[in-house]
Write a protein that binds this ligand. Structure first.
Ligand code: E4P
Length: 218
């Protein structure tokens, strides 16, 4: 299973990459705003240089022609750029055109099986269903992942499923159990994945016994 990091925070990306836990990165306009850098093209290039894997940059145009033009400009920044396109009617046309031009597309803001089916047919390299936002409105985000994985398997679509809007460690466990190709995980959730109270308790006990041994001399 691949871990993408869901952030535009370069320091966090560097840290998680050094741990070997960063196979790619996803950004969106909100994450760019959080990073606080207006030179977003330069930032994407810096992220690509660190990650050396797929880095999603999102288009901000809402019409097909605008999305295609922006997507081509983003794709030209670095060979690792994946163009993130919202799953709207206009977006679907842009996805087909960009994919036809050999550009990797990440279909974002996906909330239904039908949307996932459409973007696969349009040639998107990745689909990003947002599990946390579905959970927020009382729907079952992980059931959507299960359904998309099953539908893609039924027809042999090569579009990779990126579980997005990951909020907590159980989203990662469930993604892995369902066989999702990728989870895009915020840095704070990556840190939570390693934590276990029994690890902390066990380590404290080992250290206390070790100190006793040192203090006891011979
Ligand atoms: C990633 O592709 C998505 O843009 C991101 O996971 C959305 O996460 P959020 O719902 O926590 O904003």
């Amino acid at each position: 299973m691949k871990f993408f990091i869901d952030t535009a925070d370069l320091a966090a990306i560097r840290e998680i990459k050094a741990m070997g836990m960063c196979d790619g990165v996803t950004t969106n306009p909100s994450l760019m705003a959080k990073a606080g850098r207006k030179d977003t093209d330069a930032l994407l290039k810096e992220i690509c240089a660190v990650v050396q894997g797929p880095v999603s940059g999102e288009v901000t145009a809402l019409d097909t022609d605008g999305m295609v033009a922006e997507g081509k400009r983003l794709a030209a920044l670095d060979k690792h750029i994946v163009v993130k396109v919202p799953t709207t009617y206009e977006g679907l046309k842009a996805m087909a055109e960009l994919a036809g031009a050999g550009i990797a597309v990440n279909a974002t803001l996906v909330f239904s099986v039908n949307q996932a089916l459409l973007v696969a047919k349009a040639g998107a390299a990745y689909v990003s269903p947002f599990v946390g936002r579905l959970d927020d409105v009382g729907e079952d985000g992980m059931q959507l992942i299960a359904d998309i994985v099953e539908v893609y398997d039924n027809y042999g679509y090569e579009t990779e499923v990126i579980v997005a809007s990951v909020r907590h460690p159980m989203h990662v466990v469930d993604s892995a159990l369902l066989g999702a190709h990728i989870a895009t995980i915020p840095p704070e959730v990556i840190r939570k994945l390693v934590a276990h109270p029994l690890t902390d308790k066990g380590l404290a006990a080992f250290m206390a016994d070790w100190e006793k041994l040192q203090g006891g001399g011979k």
